[in-house]
Design a protein around this ligand. Structure first.
Ligand SMILES: Cc1cc2nc3c(=O)[nH]c(=O)nc-3n(C[C@H](O)[C@H](O)[C@H](O)COP(=O)(O)O)c2cc1C
Length: 360
């Protein structure tokens, strides 16, 4: 038991260290936002003061359509990171998720590394987090625990199959997850968000979950943090040469984020979609919102900004630049942005045609 606990903690710390220290943990697949153009409107008849980024999400009003995605908690030192992220979420009135709460379910002394988020981010949506592997192992009981632990407004169940397959200690067995999630959605009191972590959600997967009642999706597309690469570094460190080589074979696997947003939106207009995976600039966010995302999510850039002491500056500039970008598109709101022209070129255009998708 003690050994298991320290393994969980070590893994969480490895993830943070690798995400901060290695330059090649993003890509190599592009998000394909470079295929998307929104025509500039030089005389939009919209001033910056006319633009509102206000977004309703999980029953609360946000000042910007942004989610600070779940990253951490569950190991010494992570409480400090979660506290800083939660302070930023509360100050900028954006949503926030925590990292996988598995460690604190297995060891109650780690609960505070997660519950600090709700203590600080009192007035914005807070999202609990657990992996598909734990859902299959423990069922609805674990969902009740993670929601209660942080008094969450929703729970994200992450589907990280590629990561599990290359992780030295991973459990790449997700058979049965759709019916397990269906049971959970029926009995738990908050919305369930189906979340990928960097390989993207396809039309087929979103449709299956939609058919069992799920309405919230975080696409976690390819082009941002690459979990196969992160686990490659962990395998290398542990001397697991085969897993390291397996990772190298699979590094280019995934659905580019721009394509994944369109895949998900093609299933239904009813869905609430978080566009994520490689959102790095306000223009990435603008394009994600135009392609059908209701909000965007970011993880690694916020960790890097936290580390360099510039988290608030990063968020302030990101949100202001997004408002400017809406003005330059001629849109006063995100709903209006969806009515503005968009040009989709190259590989993304071919993807849409090959998959018979539709762009809103
Ligand atoms: C250090 C770190 C730890 C993460 N841990 C989790 C986790 O525990 N649960 C989860 O669902 N996603 C986790 N993620 C994935 C992110 O939530 C996100 O889906 C992914 O990194 C893609 O976003 P990005 O390209 O903006 O980083 C983590 C990301 C980072 C950078």
């Amino acid at each position: 038991m003690v050994l298991k606990r320290s393994n969980n903690e070590r893994r969480k710390l490895d993830h943070i260290d690798i995400a901060l220290e290695k330059d090649d943990v993003e890509g190599p697949i592009p998000t394909l936002f470079n295929c998307v153009f929104i025509p500039h409107q030089a005389a939009p008849e919209v001033d910056l003061e006319d633009v509102s980024l206000r977004t309703r999400f999980l029953g609360r009003d946000l000042d910007a359509p942004l989610v600070i995605l779940g990253m951490t908690g569950g190991a010494p030192g992570t409480e400090k990171i979660n506290k800083a992220l939660a302070q930023a979420a509360e100050e900028f009135r954006v949503a926030i998720g925590v990292g996988s709460q598995r460690a604190a379910v297995e060891n109650a002394s780690l609960r505070h590394t997660f519950s600090i988020v709700r203590e600080v981010a009192k007035d914005v949506p807070v999202i609990a987090n657990i992996g598909a592997a734990e859902v299959l192992k423990y069922g609805v009981r674990i969902i009740e625990k993670v929601v209660e632990m942080i008094n969450a407004d929703a729970v994200a169940i992450h589907l990280n199959l590629a990561q599990e397959a290359v992780q030295p200690e991973g459990t790449p067995k997700f058979k049965g997850i759709i019916s397990a999630v269906a049971d959970i959605a029926r009995s738990v009191g908050v919305p369930v968000i189906i979340k990928e972590v960097g390989n993207g959600l396809s039309y087929e997967v979103v449709k299956k979950f939609y058919e069992v009642g799920i309405r919230y999706f975080d696409v976690g597309g390819a082009g941002g943090t690459n979990w196969v690469t992160v686990e490659k570094y962990r395998a290398l460190k542990q001397g697991d040469i085969i897993k390291k080589m397996v990772a190298e074979h699979l590094i280019e696997w995934g659905i580019p984020t721009a394509a994944s947003i369109i895949e998900a939106r093609s299933v239904s207009n009813e869905l609430v979609i978080i566009g994520s995976g490689g959102i790095r600039t306000a223009l990435d966010a603008l394009k994600a919102l135009r392609l059908g995302a209701d909000l965007v999510g970011m993880a690694r850039p916020l960790l890097l900004a936290y580390k360099s002491g510039a988290l608030k500056e990063y968020l302030a500039s990101f949100i202001r630049a997004l408002a400017v970008a809406l003005m330059l598109s001629g849109a006063k709101s995100i709903a209006e942005l969806r009515t503005k022209p968009v040009v989709i070129t190259g590989i993304l255009s071919e993807w849409i045609r090959a998959r018979k998708l539709r762009v809103p």
